[in-house]
Design a binder for this molecule. Structure first.
Ligand code: SAH
Length: 358
């Protein structure tokens, strides 16, 4: 049985989440109970690589240790309340947390055999990008390390129960929230999650609205993760209209931090550009983007808008996207046009969650 239990344990709210505990904290916890150090590895293997419903299922641990664990921690804090599958292979989970907040995570599959987990970093988002569903009601709170890791484990359960069983191969932090506004928890969750799932840092991408301090902090920590910066416009005037966070940061600062990330990590930065009909999709905008990125070892990801019913923005016609892409290519930029995935399951950030809200 791969699915975690749906019933919260009666004493749930009082107990800390097991997956919020660092190795050092767990080592201390074991030492306080005179348990030998090798138990840590056993417990972590169960908690992170096997979808057991409760501590009692950790069958190679002494019964009293299992009982102690169950008395001290909760093993799961999220429960799937909706699970949607689309014809293109994408799947989306809506998870409910302790405080009844809901978050979204998804699996995206492609024809290269990639099976990519897309995870959220916050409940809602405080960045307020004009076209994005996640930010409509602002940010409620940061997710904890455990709540972020648990999304990976829930998605891993979902793909493991596919026929034939699959494994996650990539992770993108491109769900709800601004990951660099919750950097510690995201960092700890990725460190824990990638080891547990055997996914190398080079197959993991963190997408940010472009918070320079956070970008520099990632580089300082020796990040080997790919960085994606949500650009959406190549001038301050236009970017500040689409991405309100730009008003206090400014493009020059974002680009300087992105350059520094490349210089320190050697990782080519990806720039995401969501195309909004009539607003940032004209040939003049493409030329501005070429001018901004020329000479930078960058990859541009063009993303035709996944339109959000509550918001007034439209997806450009395919011919407009193609014309824009052609200008970028002629300008010497490396580009990819992201195929839309998961339209049927409200896969754009924050959409399923809004659909379920009263
Ligand atoms: N806050 C981070 C990560 C979350 S969103 C960031 O801004 O990068 C991940 C990507 O999805 C971002 O590039 C975001 O601009 C894009 N996105 C959000 N809503 C979208 C929509 N409705 N259609 C297409 N892309 C969208």
């Amino acid at each position: 049985m791969l699915d975690p239990p749906n019933q919260p344990c009666p004493s749930a709210p009082a107990l800390p989440h097991f997956r919020d505990q660092s190795d050092a904290q767990l080592r201390q916890w074991l030492a306080d109970r005179d348990a030998p150090g090798f138990r840590l590895g056993q417990i972590l293997r169960w908690a992170y690589t096997r979808a057991i419903p409760e501590f009692a299922a950790m069958t190679d641990l002494p019964a009293d240790l299992r009982a102690h664990l169950a008395g001290a921690f909760r093993l799961w804090v999220s429960k799937p309340v909706a699970h949607r599958k689309a014809d293109d292979g994408s799947e989306k989970l809506l998870l409910e947390l302790d405080d009844a907040a809901t978050i979204e995570c998804a699996v995206l599959r492609d024809d290269r055999g990639h099976c990519t987990a897309c995870i959220s970093s916050q409940v809602g988002c405080g960045m307020g990008c004009a076209f994005c569903a996640s930010g409509i009601d602002g940010v409620a709170r940061n997710l904890s390390t455990g709540e972020i890791v648990e999304q990976l484990l829930q998605l891993n359960c979902a793909v493991a129960s596919a026929v034939p069983p699959q494994r996650l191969t990539h992770i993108v932090v491109m769900g709800m929230g601004e990951p660099l506004a919750n950097l510690d928890a995201v960092w700890n969750a990725l460190e824990r999650g990638r080891v547990a799932l055997g996914i190398s840092a080079r197959r993991i991408t963190i997408s940010t609205v472009g918070l320079p301090q956070g970008i520099r902090e990632l580089a300082r920590r020796g990040s080997q993760y790919h960085l994606a910066v949500s650009l959406h416009a190549a001038t301050d005037e236009l970017r500040s209209r689409i991405v309100p966070a730009n008003r206090r940061i400014g493009l020059a600062e974002v680009m300087a931090a992105a350059d520094e990330y490349f210089n320190i990590t050697g990782r080519r930065v990806m720039f995401e550009y969501v195309m909004l009909a009539g607003l940032n999709d004209q040939p003049s905008h493409a030329h501005q983007l070429v001018a901004l990125l020329k000479g930078r070892p960058a990859l541009v990801n063009l993303i035709p808008l996944n339109s959000v019913p509550e918001l007034p923005y439209q997806t450009p016609e395919p011919s407009v996207v193609e014309q824009f892409a052609a200008i970028l290519r002629r300008g010497g930029l490396n580009i990819e046009v992201r195929r839309r995935k998961g339209d049927q399951i409200d896969a754009a950030c924050g959409q399923l969650r809004r659909r379920r809200s009263p």
